[in-house]
Design a protein around this ligand. Sequence first.
Ligand code: AMP
Ligand code: MG
Length: 488
Amino acid sequence: MNIAFDNTYARDLEGMYVPVEGAPAPAPEMVLLNEGLARDLGLDPATLKSPEGLAMLSGSAMPEGATPLAMAYAGHQFGGFSPQLGDGRALLVGEVIDRNGQRRDIHLKGSGRTPFSRGGDGKAALGPVLREFILGEAMHRLGIPTTRALSAVATGETVWRETPLPGAVLARVAASHLRVGTFQFFAARGDAIRLRRLADYAIARHDPDLAGTEDRYLRFLERVIDRTMRLVAQWMAVGFVHGVMNTDNTAISGETIDYGPCAFLDRYDPMAVFSSIDTQGRYAYGRQSVLAQWNLARLAETLLPLIDPKSPEDALPAAQAAIERAPAIYAAAWRDAFAAKLGIAAPTEEDDARIDGFLELLGAGGADFTQAFRGLIAAAQGSDTRLWALVGGAPGLQDWLADWRARIDAQPGGATAAAERMATVNPVYIARNHRVEEALAAAQKGDLAPTQRLLQALSAPYTPRPDFADLEGPAPEDFGPYVTYCGT
Ligand code: AMP
Ligand code: MG
């Protein structure tokens, strides 16, 4: 197998990782291969399905040119600092340059124990691996920056959680796996030399136009703030709850990373939480921008000694000012995203009240978030029936609609053009929790058809298809409250 690896992390960042080997996989079997992504990476799907390909994607044997390693990182988990986390069940296989000239990490999750495993078994079960596959594809197809799954390989091994489960390894692709927690690892140790090397590496990789400039560390901080706050605004616009926004799960690339206890909203609820351990609602849907800003403040702290090596405290005002701009960056991105959902082409601050007004109606009526925006498209086309049914008896809908109609009618192209635009930004299909669970349950019994069907619907989320009508709606009442888990 001939893969053109170019492993800058292994080469340039010695001392920031541990070389590791993956665990053997007794009977590796391809469960899902993302053939389109493979081709984008210049990898031949047939080769990836060969014994050598399966060995790489399960972690059991690496091809020439791979430099498997476990990355060191720290992290604030639910507000408490762990100075040493690191890849406890993951390894970086290497980097390739994709068809667009972008450097991409190929990384495995569930590939066995590493020096960072602490008490864990280093493994992953098939269900959560497929879940990350489905959710990542859903996000990518919604146009949201994200890591993506390249493959899910069953290992043939049993993984023990509360019950015995089929083991699997996820191969995922990312712009990088540098996290806020990677910076924290070296900052916490007072290792200024490695910290600087790491920051220069991150800049060369993600913000190369800043490389070598005098104020690059502050500018880099601003860039990370900008892309992270924009990312969270995009999550909000599709009703996505990440669920475990710890600093070790906050990528500095601006990609969504680590699909653990995440979920999409059915009913609109700013306080929605799905993670079993988030009892305080720290990472609730409506708190994500605040927590992203908190994570970015932790990144800023690590960069102070680089921004001003002689007296880091003098760097504080500039770093603080950058952090304080985060809410405005978020507000603008949020307005753009939600105004587009309402068919408003050139939003101003005055539209914020209009957006909030609609969301309040959804909250009061217990409306399904995704379907309500589709209902609004029908309203723009002249039929309110669906929207009324979804929002129920929420008072104020009539007044809100009148004001919104006047707003979109006054735009070039009027309501017709607005409806056309709205149909391109309001998805029909999201990865509904009950559908994901159904697909995973079938997959664990060896039936991949529901997973493949779901992936197909999610691959064109804005295109309604009569044969996928059953995938549109929210969970039935008897599905009950949805709970998701970390570290599965
Ligand atoms: P996560 O919740 O997936 O972001 O993981 C947080 C930390 O726990 C990371 O350092 C992981 O590598 C580690 N971890 C999670 N599950 C396991 C496992 N089964 N074995 C070893 N380490 C794990
Ligand atoms: Mg993680």
